[in-house]
Design a protein around this ligand. Structure first.
Ligand SMILES: Cc1cc2nc3c(=O)[nH]c(=O)nc-3n(C[C@H](O)[C@H](O)[C@H](O)COP(=O)(O)OP(=O)(O)OC[C@H]3O[C@@H](n4cnc5c(N)ncnc54)[C@H](O)[C@@H]3O)c2cc1C
Length: 391
């Protein structure tokens, strides 16, 4: 019994090791992805040749044109832009400075959808909170008329998971501060890069909440502000975040790798896949019950059209013309109408038979009941009689 359990345990323990064997194809994919610089080239090209491209702006329109050209050059099919209107927010002049007690400049960027200050900015006393929860818990009186500052302790993790968890100050902070009567809010950038490039991002105010200016300080600047606040003296900040809101046009850039309809015959699927802009032309059978009216007559496809499953359309058109000429050759004067009548009955029989065989062939082709090696049903009267013989 013990032996059985130990054996089972050994098998279970061995399983992960076996699962770690990487198939050669996967290894090849992984290695080529690690050496392939295509993704980098796309990112580098877009950011160098277009640059900043806020949604709905003229720069974003240039980015779309860039992407369309790039995707076409890469061989994608049906590359196109799907346009739509959207609210557009654009940033303008941005600055922050401590006015007192230790005058100095801070580096700030407006959060997307921030309200605008006047070009001269606003000046107010800073009230600091280490977490969003602290801001939520603060009495309105502690916040009203002030510039809120929210810090946080986002850790650096390999998978970047802190970004979502510590994003609250950016996403909800401005709305909460506004509801409590703050005149503006600045947050410590949501990120862990310790340089003086502020990390911004979009936020929105809940329905009915008055938008206020909202910005993100770089990590070194946020830490500087924390140190200043720790001195315990009133801290005054001048904040300028000029922005504009309006409407503009944006668009999705769409490119396709066309798939294949498994119900299509392989040859047709291949032709479709290789056609950049396929179009559909419906082809249908046509049958008539008369091909003459007085001295007028119909020949070829105008009289009968059989879908091309039996490849007799041209032979029938020629046969119609030959037999018509022969019928007229024997007729003279008033016998023409009668001659046409006799010819017509013959051609209706031929056309009806051709359409019937074509239908049967089409049905068998579509429901896959054609056997390999079975002769194709080509022929106007008999199999093979309308095909050109090999020399
Ligand atoms: C996809 C496909 C594959 C086919 N494969 C085969 C095959 O392998 N073998 C085979 O034998 N047959 C095949 N056919 C059938 C064959 O093409 C036709 O049966 C044949 O061309 C009919 O000849 P027609 O002279 O009667 O008509 P058409 O070839 O259609 O000629 C009619 C002409 O009249 C012109 N026209 C129309 N209206 C007017 C007007 N008001 N004024 C002036 N001119 C006008 C048209 O532009 C056209 O040039 C195929 C057909 C299709 C659609």
């Amino acid at each position: 019994m013990t032996h059985t359990v130990l054996t089972a345990l050994a098998l279970v323990l061995a399983a992960p090791a076996a699962a770690q064997t990487v198939p050669a194809q996967v290894e090849q994919l992984r290695d080529s992805a690690l050496h392939d610089e295509h993704a980098w080239d796309i990112t580098e090209g877009l950011t160098t040749e277009v640059g900043q491209r806020l949604a709905g702006t003229e720069a974003e329109a240039r980015a779309r044109a860039w992407a369309v050209a790039k995707l076409k050059a890469m061989g994608f099919a049906n590359v196109r832009v799907e346009s739509f209107d959207m609210p557009v927010w654009t940033r303008g002049a941005e600055s922050a400075e401590i006015v007192a007690p230790f005058p100095q400049k801070l580096v700030v960027a407006a959060l997307g959808n921030s309200a605008s200050t006047s070009p001269e900015g606003i000046t107010g006393q800073v009230v600091g909170f280490e977490t969003l929860a602290d801001l939520v818990a603060a009495p309105d009186a502690a916040v009203r008329g002030k510039i809120v500052f929210v810090s946080h302790a986002m850790p650096r993790t390999q998978d970047g998971s802190g970004y979502g968890y510590f994003g609250g100050p950016r996403r909800q902070g401005p709305g909460i501060a506004s509801k409590k009567g703050a005149i503006a809010i600045v947050i410590r950038s949501i990120g862990t890069d310790h340089h003086r490039n502020p990390h911004t991002g979009v936020m929105s105010f809940p329905e009915g909440v008055k938008p206020i200016p909202a910005g993100a300080l770089t990590l070194p600047d946020a830490e500087q502000l924390q140190r200043i606040l720790k001195r315990g003296r009133p801290v005054t900040m001048r904040l300028t975040l000029v922005s504009q809101t309006g409407h503009g046009q944006s668009g999705n850039v769409i490119a396709e790798v066309p798939g294949r309809d498994p119900s299509l015959p392989p040859v047709l699927a291949e032709v479709l896949a290789g056609t950049p802009e396929p179009f559909i032309q419906v082809i249908f059978d046509l049958e008539v019950d008369r091909t003459t009216a007085g001295r007028a007559c119909l020949i070829g496809d105008a009289a009968f059209t059989a879908r091309p499953h039996i490849a007799v359309g041209t032979a029938k058109a020629a046969e119609d013309a030959w037999t018509l000429a022969a019928a007229l050759d024997v007729a003279s004067g008033c016998e023409v109408v009668e001659a046409l009548g006799a010819w017509s009955r013959q051609q209706i029989a031929l056309g009806t038979a051709a359409v019937a065989r074509s239908r049967e062939a089409g049905t068998r082709l579509q429901n896959g009941t054609w056997s390999v090696g079975e002769p194709l049903p080509y022929g106007l009267y008999r199999l093979g009689d309308s095909s050109l013989a090999d020399e």
